[in-house]
Design a protein around this ligand. Structure first.
Ligand code: NOJ
Length: 592
């Protein structure tokens, strides 16, 4: 075999012991380290009661599908009571279920079904902000400035507007993530200014999402209660929304920050990735460690990749943080290789396990992203959405081919793979949703100039011929006709389908995953990346468009899976690797 270029070593994951295996869900404290986690966006997954909105009984009803897919855990985006100003990330009550999505009993039934199928459950915790319908925020609005009720959020006096109103301008220039400013002024209900415009409250996201004041002990305590509430109900892990945003520098005068990007990530940013956020998560780890096995957690922290990101993932904090680097990278050998190498090295050094993700409910689906002309930017994606997908014309066959190759590259790596519902069907972004169906606050807060994220949230197609492709009632976002052939039932058992490729990969991945390490192997072509796991499994990806020479010594008799074209068999040696070559934009898996 070709010479070793570099090695990353990590922690061995202990397997189940004989006594562990008595139940389908053996109490392995390390289950999350190399788990395949499937993200369910509940409103769009499966609608059991026919009201057009996916629900928890819909998830329960699809448990066989999830089990056949071969995932280890599901992560549920918020299913809590919510006005859906931001798709459920505006939470009214952290310890309940939105009646449109079911009840706590439905949650328990879903959790029991998942656990019986050997599937663990991760729920989303949204600690940066509540909804404006949360009882604490309603109490804050009903109370006077300076009251204890206001202290759980960030209420401040405004600045003079020079036109006679001493508080007519917002307290700072901070923008909101979804467009517009991050402050909204209230009409006071109590106190000397009752009936008049008064203080401003902070919302880094939509107006309906007031930010909590994490210096307040009741806020801290209440989230511990929420963690225990769901942990006691059998939840196995938590995904922490905007984890890097909780600790803020609110000392007056507030510092100017006209853009939300972290320009210098050294802890000095007033809003994100401040050092004192870690004390919050150390407290959470103590709560999570009250359970045996300890509950898992993963931080959503969009911070640059330095050792600062890894702090969230330390064993003394959450255990994992999302690495969005591959998601943001072009489909290219050098980028993929160096990102994977860096993530693995840093994870091993910090005691975390790495995470990988290509798609989620916030980004354009990766089968579409990879179909753009090379060099396209986020702005190009936004312009394409605004043009209803009319320009540029995407090369969808290429996008799907690359997406499949990227997925197999990623599923072979040590660490956890986070998959987004529908990617196993090779779904593309729905770019031409009618504007009157759009629901993302981005669309409204940018004055209809940025469409936002609805195109990756369209309810799933389950069968080609049933009404609404078997989703349930009239979907809350309309499904395009091209969903039909991509429906799960249409791909079930179809050789070469994306669904069958995911199933085969996830089944084989259970053999492939071993010690959290890999060896990068030399390859004769710059476009080809080749690695080997300690147990001998090999993964080879050709990122180039043209066929390339395979590394010497590769024994194609060991080929067990190829990402090859949808018209060729996914399993076994198809036309993807013959006569010492590997087809363009293809990944091969070789067994030991
Ligand atoms: C990140 C979530 O993934 C996104 O959907 C949401 O809009 C923001 N956080 C605000 O909660």
């Amino acid at each position: 075999m070709t010479a070793t270029v570099s090695t990353v070593s990590g922690t061995a994951t202990p397997g189940p012991t004989a006594s562990d295996t008595a139940t389908p869900l053996h109490p392995d404290a390390h289950w999350w380290r190399q788990a395949a986690v499937y993200q369910i966006y509940p409103r769009s997954f499966s609608d059991a009661n026919g009201d057009g909105m996916g629900d928890l009984p819909g998830v329960t009803a699809r448990m066989d599908y999830l089990s056949d897919l071969g995932i280890d855990a599901i992560w549920l985006s918020p299913f809590y009571p919510s006005a859906l100003a931001d798709g459920g990330y505006d939470v009214d009550d952290y310890r309940n279920v939105d009646p449109r999505l079911g009840s706590l009993d439905d949650f328990d039934a879903m959790a029991a079904a998942a656990h019986a199928a050997g599937i663990r459950i991760i729920v989303d915790v949204v600690p940066n902000h509540s909804s404006d319908r949360h009882e604490w925020f309603k109490a804050a609005l009903a109370s006077a400035p300076g009251s204890p009720e206001r202290a759980r959020y960030h209420f401040l006096e405004g600045l003079p507007d020079g036109l006679g109103d001493d508080g007519g301008l917002p307290p700072s220039d901070w923008p909101s993530h979804f467009g517009g400013g991050a402050w909204t002024r209230v009409v006071e209900a109590a106190g000397p200014r009752a009936g008049q415009l008064g203080q401003w409250y902070l919302h880094l996201f939509a107006r309906e999402q007031p930010d909590f004041n994490w210096d307040h002990p009741e806020v801290r305590e209440d989230f511990h209660t929420t963690l225990r509430f769901w942990a006691d109900r059998g939840v196995d892990g938590f995904r922490i929304d905007v984890a890097h945003g909780l600790a803020k520098d609110m000392s007056l005068p507030l510092r100017s920050k006209p853009a939300l990007e972290i320009l210098v990530d050294d802890g000095s940013d007033p809003l994100f990735d401040r050092d004192d956020v870690h004390e919050i998560f150390a407290g959470w780890r103590s709560v999570l460690n009250e359970y045996d096995p300890p509950k898992a957690a993963v931080a959503e922290a969009w911070v640059p990749f330095t050792e600062r990101r890894l702090k969230y993932a330390r064993p003394t904090e959450l255990g994992q943080a999302f690495n969005f680097d591959l998601l943001q990278a072009p489909f290219a050998a050098a980028e993929f290789r160096s990102i994977a190498e860096k993530c693995l090295t840093e994870a091993a050094a910090s005691g975390a396990s790495s995470t990988w993700v290509f798609s989620n409910h916030d980004v354009v689906r990766h089968a579409s992203r990879y179909a753009f002309p090379d060099g396209s930017t986020q702005k190009d994606l936004e312009a394409w959405l605004l043009a209803d997908g009319a320009s540029p014309t995407l090369d969808l066959a290429r996008g799907l081919r690359r997406a499949r190759a990227a997925t197999l590259f990623m599923l072979g790596l040590p660490g956890s793979a986070y998959l987004y519902q529908g990617e196993e069907l090779g779904l593309f972004e729905v770019a031409d949703l009618p504007v009157d169906s759009l629901q993302d606050p981005t669309w409204f807060r940018t004055g209809n100039t940025v469409k936002g994220r609805d195109g990756c949230r369209v309810p799933l197609p389950w069968s080609s011929f049933e009404p609404y492709f078997g989703f349930g009632g009239t979907p809350w976002l309309p499904q395009p006709a091209w969903f039909g052939p991509l429906a799960a039932a249409a791909q079930d058992g179809a050789a070469g389908s994306t669904l069958e490729m995911y199933r085969a990969a996830l089944a084989l991945r259970r053999e492939l995953q071993s010690e959290e390490s890999l060896e990068w192997l030399a390859s004769p072509a710059a476009e080809v990346v080749h690695y080997r796991r300690p147990n001998g499994w090999q993964v080879i990806t050709n990122f180039g468009a043209a066929p390339a020479q395979l590394p010497s010594g590769v024994d194609l008799a060991k080929l067990v899976l190829s990402s090859g074209g949808t018209d060729t068999p996914a399993v076994g040696a198809g036309t993807e690797a013959v006569a010492g070559t590997i087809e363009g934009e293809t990944t091969l898996w070789l067994a030991p």
